[in-house]
Design a protein around this ligand. Structure first.
Ligand SMILES: Cc1cc2nc3c(=O)[nH]c(=O)nc-3n(C[C@H](O)[C@H](O)[C@H](O)COP(=O)(O)O)c2cc1C
Length: 441
């Protein structure tokens, strides 16, 4: 398995999955517009010439399940099963003395956000945002280490706004430090291998170190180095680390920001991160993620699909695949149906396992849950809305929901009747998967 971001970029290039942009690009909107274009053709994109910075910017490195599977040394079909297997055997990370991420150390006045090509993504965003930073912090009472993605708004040469609210663990950890009147030391890691990216996107039980999950996904201990100015450890082969602290008892306006729902989060009073040091590789690569697009949702989906997969499996159903893409609120699950009515039990297991879920569509095993046109085909041809659709009013849903738009759940059985299987055989052309147009033109 490739060990770090830059070797993964090389691998993507070898596989024809990377676009290099040599032309100068403005990091206010132009860069984000090009990320969208790269996403449309399923490729990562590396900007070599970003106006006003010497540092290249990469994005969309896990812009599809295929790319994420490649990073984790598996294939698309096995990804969910493999994640589920690996994540059930967590591995302790390993602290080492030296790491590439500390090839250059800038402390105090030398550490300034001006060196970073921080990107402005969406039209109404309050300004440039760090979107691919994994924030590392420790519980001040127990020493438990957390690592999660947290957006950060650029506010000054050594000042950034940071969004971190309980129940997210970083918010809980900060409130513990704040209750003692103390600032919280935080390291922000930018330019990560996808194993750390998945770990930073996953909600784990409190007290479970996200780097144990990253190690499990890597199938070996993740190497960590001690920060230079704060008492934290960070991935040794990352590209850039911001060392600093989140201040106690200070909140300032943060936002608006175009988030993972493709909606703007309104201005809120959020925390402030004060930068103390930057460490980085000699020629660092900066990374950015466009919220609400395929890279963001691919990252967030995997661990949540795994929760559903495990719940459905343990309820006794034969689950084939689960998809929460492209937007995390809707799910398609394919099963080998054994009983009429079973799809409703499957949907209920999914709603129980993952409370953000709003619509759950259960399909037969011949339907590709990762292909929305296939899922719609199943709804069109196999669902029977009078008996196969059910509504659960007012259940727990997405918490940031002032209008209660997410509190009701809908299940759809889009499976064919078991005794109608023969009549429902899908039209299929032999060898279509093996036939390539290039061989004929
Ligand atoms: C690109 C990206 C950006 C994210 N930004 C935030 C954020 O700003 N605030 C937040 O609460 N969660 C954010 N998340 C979600 C957290 O990473 C996610 O909730 C994680 O599971 C937290 O787990 P924890 O509570 O176990 O630490 C983001 C996720 C991704 C993939």
């Amino acid at each position: 398995m490739v060990k770090d971001l830059r070797s993964f970029i090389n691998l993507l290039e070898e596989k024809g999955l990377l676009i290099r942009v040599k032309k100068a690009v403005n990091r206010r909107f132009e860069l984000a517009a090009l990320i969208v274009k790269a996403q449309k053709i399923g490729k990562a994109i590396l900007f070599e010439n970003v106006l006003g910075s010497n540092i290249p910017v990469v994005s969309n490195i896990v812009g599809s399940r295929r790319m994420l599977a490649l990073a984790l040394d598996t294939d698309e079909e096995q990804l969910l099963e493999e994640y589920t297997k690996r994540s059930s055997h967590l591995i302790e990370p390993q602290i080492v003395d030296q790491g590439a991420v500390q090839e250059v150390v800038r402390v105090g006045e030398d550490a300034t956000t001006e060196m970073l090509p921080i990107v402005t993504h969406s039209e109404l965003d309050a300004g440039p945002y760090i979107t691919a930073g994994i924030a590392v912090a420790k519980d001040p009472e127990t020493g438990y280490r957390n690592a999660s993605f947290n957006r950060m708004q650029l506010k000054g040469t050594q000042k950034l706004g940071i969004r971190m609210m309980p129940p997210q663990h970083l918010g809980i950890i900060h409130s513990k430090a704040e209750s003692k009147g103390k600032n919280l030391e935080v390291a922000v890691v930018i330019g990560n291998h996808p194993a750390e990216m998945v770990a930073g996107s996953t909600t784990l039980p409190y007290n479970v170190d996200h780097f144990t999950l990253a190690s499990a996904l890597r199938r070996e201990p993740l190497k960590l180095v001690r920060c230079k100015t704060i008492d934290l450890e960070v991935p040794a082969d990352a590209e850039i680390v911001l060392e600093g602290e989140v201040l106690a008892n200070i909140r300032e306006e943060e936002g608006p920001y175009g988030d993972f729902m493709q909606l703007y989060v309104p201005i809120a009073h959020n925390h402030i991160f004060r930068l103390k040091a930057i460490t980085h590789r000699r020629n660092p690569i900066y990374q950015t993620i466009l919220a609400g697009t395929v890279e963001d949702t691919t990252l967030l989906a995997l661990s949540r699909e795994s929760l559903i997969y495990k719940a459905v499996k343990s309820s006794g159903s034969e689950v084939k695949a689960v998809s929460l893409t492209p937007n995390l609120f809707n799910c398609a699950i394919s099963i080998k149906k054994k009983f009429e009515g079973e799809p409703k039990n499957v949907a209920m297991a999914a709603f129980g396992a993952y409370y953000w879920l709003k619509y759950c569509i259960v399909v037969d095993e011949d339907v590709n849950v990762y292909d929305l046109s296939d899922v719609w085909w199943a709804i069109a041809t196999r669902s029977k809305p009078d008996t196969g659709l059910f509504v659960i009013p007012y259940a727990r849903g997405f918490p940031r929901d002032p209008y209660h738009l997410h509190q009701t759940k809908v299940g759809i059985d889009a499976t064919a009747p078991i005794d109608a299987k023969e009549e429902r055989i899908r039209r299929r052309i032999p060898n279509v998967e093996l036939t390539t147009l290039e061989d004929y033109i």
